[in-house]
Design a protein around this ligand. Structure first.
Ligand code: PEP
Ligand code: MG
Length: 571
């Protein structure tokens, strides 16, 4: 034999070859599992550009305007929309839209839901845009710093090989969230069809027989939970309840709750939110019948639900200018009422503003300072659990406290949760078993995990925040400012927000599992940070004895394969 080469193959062909060879007993099932890469599985789950012919590739090269952070895989084509409202409006009209923003905030979620793809000029792999996009399975490219976005004039400009390229609202864009490329114009795409990928389904069933790690999903809406279950998820590892407040009809009530002058006013707004949350949870419990569902209580700082300070100041200035031109008393009265209303909101936004919101009044601190929020959410979870169990379905709710750093926080909130549970069970005459646990996402929580486990019945590692706080790097800023350079120049071997840093963050995880189980033997420990869907990090989770990984629905099949590969390597 003079020379050999491996035959080039597409992702689909690689999977078929591996499964056929194992079926023909040419290789073992373990070998088949090791022959397919997680990236190949990922490719079959997202739309791809059809451009594997030379002509299309050249064409694509000509139109490339940027290469940035691959935030959420898949190819998307649509017209550029420069704010969430336009993206939503055009999306509802049936147009394909790419939402383009410097960065996204929670109140952009309605536009993100309607968009085919998301493009931001700031932020990285764990920015808000990236996390939300992955959860919806929406392709996203983030941190495209070469784009200068002028949202006011509804365009961006980019320097492409020394030439200035301008893209205006309504013009076509194509983005590839896997390769992080942004193109002008419309490239051809091919859609995925998991249910018909029979060889992939077979390979993943073999993977399930081998893996030790469970695979759950991060899902906030029943439709996501149903999709994740079809992809093989065995429960929900994280429901970020704040995402449920961003739907159109809920945001104003949430804002009333935040801007309430008294506890009574706040409770009145919470009473309106209660049935909505209960309905969402019922949907999740039905979709995940028989499987555990971890619901995390409200996490982000409250001002994230309010309009931005900058926008309010601008709107007030505009209103005051208009006021000078009004002549009729009724026009002036109504404008003055609007001014007063906006001034009130501005005052509240200013009072809630923090220098370091990520380290401020968020997570369980919010639940302790405003126990009525904890009460409402606990009631919604347990009433939903009771209602669904009365339908004869098996429900397994788990209530999770975010951002705890001291066991006393867990003790305080446990009292609130237990009190509401007693009320709900006595009102409904039905008791449902539930677990009370915490995220481990701050170094102090990991270092004192033996104490935390006195109150917490389970741990879930929030490695996004744990990475941020262990490195002392802002997850919203680091990737855009220096982290990409760090990786390029070898200061860091990989981006720790994408691949778990075994030497630092991993040490804390390993220690916390050991300490937690020393207090509560066999306690369930999982991961719900973005690393839970990343193959190298999944291997680490296997090695330190976590019970499961939890990731966005579209990464569930990848996680099933990666968990099996970790088990084979371990053997
Ligand atoms: C985390 O911090 O890892 C996490 C899952 O929570 P979030 O990303 O919502 O802060
Ligand atoms: Mg977190």
């Amino acid at each position: 034999m003079l020379q050999t080469r491996n035959g080039k193959r597409t992702a689909r062909a690689a999977i078929k070859i591996a499964v056929d060879l194992a079926d023909e007993k040419m290789i073992t099932r373990d070998e088949a599992i090791m022959r397919v890469t997680p990236e190949q599985v990922d490719m079959l789950l997202h739309p791809q550009f059809g451009g594997d012919t030379k002509a299309e590739a050249t064409e694509a090269g000509r139109r490339l305007v940027e290469k940035a952070v691959n935030a959420s895989p898949g190819a998307a084509v649509g017209v550029a929309a420069f704010d969430a409202d336009t993206a939503e409006k055009w999306g509802n009209e049936g147009k394909d839209v790419i939402m383009v923003r410097p960065e996204t905030r929670p109140d952009d979620v309605h536009g993100m839901i309607a968009a085919r793809g998301i493009l931001t000029s700031k932020g990285g792999a764990t920015s808000h845009a990236a996390v939300v996009a992955r959860q919806f399975g929406t392709p996203a490219v983030c941190g495209a710093e070469n784009l200068i976005i002028d949202a006011g004039n509804r365009l961006f400009i980019a320097d492409v090989a020394g030439k200035t390229v301008e893209v205006r609202e309504g013009e076509w864009l194509s983005i590839d969230g896997g390769t992080a490329e942004v193109f002008r114009g419309q490239l051809e795409t091919r859609d995925p069809d998991f249910e018909h990928e029979l060889e992939l389904i077979t390979l993943l069933e073999w993977a399930d027989e081998i893996r030790r790690l469970g695979v759950r999903t991060n899902a906030d809406y029943p439709a996501d939970a149903e999709r994740a279950r079809r992809y093989g998820a065995e429960g929900i590892g994280l429901c970020r309840t704040e995402h449920m407040f961003f739907q159109e009809e809920r945001l104003p009530i949430m804002q009333q709750m935040i801007t309430a002058e008294s506890r009574a006013h706040r409770k009145a707004a919470l009473d309106l939110l209660l049935p909505m949350q209960r309905g969402d949870f019922e949907g999740l419990f039905r979709a995940m019948e028989g499987c555990p569902v971890i619901i995390r209580l409200l996490d982000p700082p409250l001002h994230e639900f309010l309009p931005s300070q900058h926008a309010l100041v601008q709107e007030l200035a505009d209103l005051k200018v208009q006021l000078q031109h009004f002549r009729s008393i009724s026009e002036i009265d109504s404008a003055l009422a609007q001014v007063r209303e906006k001034e009130d909101i501005l005052e509240r936004v200013e009072s809630l503003a923090e220098s370091n919101p990520m380290l401020g009044l968020r997570g369980d601190r919010l639940g302790i300072m405003m126990p009525e929020i904890t009460e409402m959410q606990t009631r919604a979870i347990l009433e939903a659990a009771v209602a669904v169990s009365k339908e004869g379905l098996d429900v397994k709710p788990e209530i999770m406290i975010p951002l705890s750093s001291h066991v006393n926080e867990l003790t305080v909130l446990k009292k609130v949760v237990d009190e509401v549970a007693r009320e709900v069970f006595s009102e409904t005459g039905t008791t449902v078993e539930f677990l009370y646990g915490t995220m481990i996402e701050l170094p102090r929580a990991a270092l004192t995990a033996d104490e935390m486990a006195r109150e917490a019945e389970f741990f879930s590692f929030g490695t996004n925040d744990l990475t941020q706080t262990t490195f002392g790097m802002s997850r919203d800023d680091a990737e855009a400012k220096f982290l990409i350079n760090y990786v390029k120049t070898g200061v860091l071997p990989t981006n720790p927000f994408q691949e778990l840093d075994r030497g630092g963050v991993g040490k804390l995880v390993e220690m916390a599992v050991r300490l937690g189980r020393s207090t509560r033997p066999g306690m369930s420990c999982g991961i719900c940070g973005e690393h839970g869907g990343e193959p190298n990090s999944i291997e680490f989770c296997h090695l330190v004895g976590l019970d499961y990984v939890s990731c966005s629905p579209f990464r569930v099949p990848v996680a099933r394969l990666a968990a099996a590969q970790a088990a084979v390597n371990d053997r």
